[in-house]
Design a protein around this ligand. Structure first.
Ligand code: KG4
Ligand code: ZN
Length: 356
């Protein structure tokens, strides 16, 4: 079936066209088009996402992106284009509610005007399924070699560890008790005077350190909850440790070498906790694979560390293509398809705190 998917949960406006097949047990996806309009330059001067600005930008971008998706697909009218669509899906949560509402209202109007079925999608399920969007994962891997799996969802708003038993059944093993991993990257970036969003900037700076003498940074920042016998995480203490360190060092903003060392040491501490707890869960639950997803999964050092550990245990490692790590419409297409098959009817209202 051909799915038109809409994502506006935060600061990326995404519209995608996804061809889905295979059913609940063996879903396959072909991304026909995946357009994302990033608002980073708009929010950057404020050091973070401003919900009302995000809303304004989504309202402006949605019709433009829809027209662009249409023009790639067919010559002619919106009417013709919409004829080829079997299902419309839209993120209903979690996310910023004013931003979510723009997508929901837009999708509802489209569904009404062109008489198409509409289904709500869970943003976190989108991240979870995003590794299926690239052909090798989607077409060559038998579901029997994936499950049980351990999935780590790491984004700007969430850090969640799941035991996944099938494409439609999972159990939450743990989550962050305070800041999400991406949030910690963003806050540390701010301490280091790096622009928003901080994750990629911290990674870039850490790389400078890695190219120097000391591969992983030399400051021994804490690894919160590393040895606790649960699967929860905590990142606010790590961020505070970075704050105190920078204060104690009376860090000069132009001291790139020290800043690179801090970035690399912080990143390594965060990765150690994320990878260690994920691997421990994989061992405990006899997982056949590990799934890494969410915006922070774009971090190459995290991907490398997880991949090394997971492959060392002879398990499969799934991580989305770089273009599907950050928020996008294609992953919502996948989540919408699965929700449709699971008959999961999320209400059509913005639910900022929706859980997976
Ligand atoms: O999934 P996402 O696009 O949005 C949410 O659902 O939150 O994730 C965004 C988060 C931000 O906190 C951003 O700083 C972080 O992902 N991020 C990274 C990297 N790229 C994005 N964190 C670390 N390293 C990266 N390369
Ligand atoms: Zn996200």
């Amino acid at each position: 079936m051909k799915i038109l998917a809409i994502e506006t949960s935060c600061d990326e406006t995404g519209i995608a066209l996804v061809e889905a097949s295979g059913g609940l047990k063996n879903p396959k996806f072909r991304v026909l088009k995946n357009l994302v309009s990033s608002q980073i330059p708009i929010h950057r001067p404020f050091g973070g996402v401003v919900p009302n600005l995000a809303k304004r930008e989504h309202l402006k971008n949605l019709p433009i992106l829809l027209k662009r998706v249409m023009s790639y697909e067919v010559r002619g009218t919106m009417q013709n284009f919409m004829k080829s669509i079997d299902l419309i899906t839209v993120t209903v949560g979690p996310g910023l509610e004013p931003a979510l509402w723009t997508g929901i209202t837009f999708a509802e109007e489209l569904a009404k005007q062109y008489k198409k079925p509409l289904i709500g999608a869970n943003h976190l399920e989108g991240h979870l399924y995003s590794f299926l969007l690239s052909p090798p994962s989607s077409y060559l891997i038998a579901p029997t070699s994936i499950f049980p799996s351990i999935a780590l969802i790491v984004s700007g708003g969430h850090t969640i560890l799941l035991r996944v038993d099938s494409f439609s059944k999972w159990k939450r093993l743990g989550e962050t008790r305070d800041d999400a991993a991406g949030e910690a990257f963003d806050k540390v970036a701010r301490l280091l005077d790096l622009p928003y969003p901080g994750g990629p900037e911290v990674e870039k700076l850490a790389l400078r350190q890695a190219q120097g003498k000391h591969q992983k940074g030399t400051i021994n920042f804490p690894r919160p909850m590393l040895h606790d016998k649960n699967y929860d995480f905590s990142f606010s203490g790590l961020k505070t440790a970075v704050l105190y360190y920078t204060r104690d060092q009376r860090l000069m903003t132009n001291d790139t070498k020290t800043k690179a060392n801090i970035a690399a040491s912080f990143q390594q501490a965060a990765i150690d906790v994320l990878a260690t707890k994920t691997i421990r869960a994989a061992r405990e639950f006899g997982a056949k694979s590990v799934i890494l997803c969410g915006g922070v999964a774009a971090n190459k050092a995290l991907r490398r560390a997880m991949s090394y550990e997971v492959r060392g245990m002879k398990l499969k490692f799934f991580v989305p293509d770089f273009k599907y790590n950050l928020d996008n419409g294609a992953m919502i297409g996948a989540a919408g398809y699965m929700a449709y098959l699971r008959k999961k009817k999320y209400p059509f209202r913005a639910n900022g705190g929706l859980e997976i």
